[in-house]
Design a protein around this ligand. Sequence first.
Ligand code: DAT
Ligand code: MG
Length: 140
Amino acid sequence: MAGNLTFTMIKPDAVRGGHIGAILAKINEAGFRIVAMKYTKLSEEKAGEFYAVHRERPFYGELVSFMSSGPIVAAALEKNNAVDDFRKLIGATDPSKAEPGTIRALFAKSIGENAVHGSDSDENAAIEIAFHFAGTEMFR
Ligand code: DAT
Ligand code: MG
């Protein structure tokens, strides 16, 4: 059975662009409930750890430096089928390939600076939520 939690970050480009409110509105309108949220900034070390799975990819250095370049909004989201439904809501990694109306189509600039993160599996959602939030910071 599909899980009901996913993890997102509003990335530094979207925060700089003034899109926090619009993105949170899209998330709520799509039926997700925010169960944990913080406005924070990742150190280079923390960003590197979060994206460690991409360590060998050519864009890893760029990704870590971008993700630590300014504040982000991190949130845990609850909905039936959360991981897949949220990936649909954000659209493809490359915003030029994202479906019209998706968060990346609306707010992302490029494949590297693509406005939002969304977990890719229930297992990674749990790992990513635990990376950012203590149990006492979750309100389900
Ligand atoms: P997603 O964020 O859609 O899950 P991913 O897990 O493959 O995509 O990659 C993580 C992030 O790395 C992605 O959001 C932006 C960056 N990235 C991915 N592919 C890239 C590329 N070809 N060039 C630059 N950055 C890239
Ligand atoms: Mg991914």
